[in-house]
Design a protein around this ligand. Structure first.
Ligand code: AMP
Ligand code: FE
Ligand code: FE
Ligand code: ZN
Length: 281
C-alpha cells in the first residue's frame, strides 16, 4: 500500500514522525510520504525511525495561493532538502503563519470569542507549522468547542469571517521551485468542494507548463464525480494519478491507507525526480 500524503507533529498532525512510521509499518503501508505543511522539520526523525520493509518518501505540502485568492495545496516530494530556494519558500510561508494566526485570534477576540495567541502556541508542538487546527485545539481546551472537526464546520472554515489567508507563493512558483530542487509536484485535493471554493479545470494547463507531475485524485474530500473529472483531466494531460489518506493522527477522521496510489503510477512519478531519493529498507 502506497500512501503519499501524511502529517506529523512537525505541522498539524498529532503523531510524531516516529509514531507515524510505526503505525505505517504495523498497518501494512509499504511506501509512505511524510508531507507536513510548509516544513521538512520532521524529516530527520522520520529517517531515524524508518526501517524495513517501509520505503520512505520525504516531502512537504506547500501552501500556495492563486492570483484569484484561492488556496491551493501543492505536494512536493523527493526534492533536495538542502536546496536553498526550496528552504526559503517553506521558511517564508511558515513564518507568516504567526502574524496570520495573530490576526485570526484578534478577529475572534473582538467578537467575544476570547482566545489568545499564547493559547494557540500552547496547543502547537514546539517548532510546528502553526495552523487553524492548533487554534481549534486551543478553543477545545478553553471549552468553546468540542473538536477540530466542529471548529472547521463553523468558526474556522475558509468562508468564515474569522478566516485570514496565508501569504504564499502562486501554485506555478511552488511547482517551479519544487522541480528545480529535483522533486516532483502533485496538486493536493484540487476539487475538494467539501473544503470550500474549488478550482476549475482551466487551472491545470498553466500548472502543467510550470512542471506539474501529478494530481491527487483519490482523497476523501473529493466525491466520486469530482474524482472522475480529475481522472479524465489527468489522462488528457498525461499526469500521474495519486491517492492518499492525508492522515493527521487523531486530528482528523482520515485513517492511514484509506486511499492509496497504484504502484504503476508511483513508479512513473518517482522516475520524474532528478535522482533516486526514496529511502529504501
Ligand atoms: P491552515 O493551514 O491554517 O489554513 O489550516 C488548514 C488545515 O486544517 C488543513 O491542513 C487541514 O488539515 C485542517 N482541516 C481542515 N478541515 C478540517 C477538519 N474538518 N478537521 C480537522 N482538520 C481540518
Ligand atoms: Fe493539515
Ligand atoms: Fe491539504
Ligand atoms: Zn494535507
Amino acid at each position: 500500500m502506497i500512501d503519499l500524503h501524511t502529517h506529523s507533529t512537525a505541522s498539524d498532525g498529532t503523531d510524531t514522525p516516529a509514531e507515524l512510521i510505526n503505525k505505517a509499518l504495523s498497518q501494512g503501508i509499504t511506501t509512505l510520504a511524510l508531507t507536513d505543511h510548509d516544513s521538512i522539520d520532521g524529516w530527520s526523525d522520520a529517517i531515524k525511525a524508518h526501517r524495513s520493509p517501509l520505503s520512505l518518501v520525504l516531502g512537504a505540502e506547500v501552501s500556495t495561493i492563486t492570483t484569484d485568492g484561492i488556496s491551493v495545496h501543492m505536494l512536493g516530494m523527493l526534492f533536495d532538502g538542502q536546496d536553498l530556494a526550496m528552504k526559503k519558500m517553506l521558511d517564508e510561508t511558515r513564518d507568516q503563519r504567526v502574524p496570520r494566526m495573530r490576526k485570526m485570534v484578534e478577529l475572534l477576540s473582538a467578537d467575544g470569542i476570547k482566545v489568545t495567541m499564547e493559547d494557540v502556541m500552547r496547543a502547537a508542538p514546539v517548532g510546528a507549522t502553526v495552523g487553524r487546527p492548533h487554534l481549534a485545539d486551543a478553543l477545545v481546551e478553553l471549552g468553546i468547542i468540542k473538536s477540530r472537526d466542529e471548529a472547521f464546520g463553523e468558526l474556522l472554515s475558509n468562508s468564515s469571517k474569522y478566516y485570514v489567508e496565508n501569504i504564499a507563493p502562486t501554485p506555478e512558483d511552488a511547482i517551479r521551485t519544487i522541480r528545480k530542487a529535483g522533486g516532483v509536484a502533485v496538486i493536493a485535493h484540487p476539487f475538494a468542494s467539501r473544503r470550500g471554493q474549488i478550482l476549475n479545470a482551466e487551472i491545470f494547463t498553466p500548472l502543467v507548463e510550470a512542471g506539474l507531475n501529478g494530481i491527487e485524485v483519490n482523497h476523501r474530500d473529493q466525491d466520486a464525480s469530482e474524482q472522475q473529472s480529475l481522472d479524465s483531466i489527468a489522462r488528457e494531460l498525461d499526469l500521474v494519478v495519486t491517492g492518499s489518506s492525508d492522515y493527521h493522527g487523531t486530528g482528523k477522521l482520515n485513517s492511514l491507507g484509506e486511499n492509496v496510489t497504484h504502484p504503476a503510477q508511483w513508479e512513473r512519478l518517482e522516475a520524474m525526480a532528478d535522482k533516486r531519493r526514496v529511502i529504501t529498507p
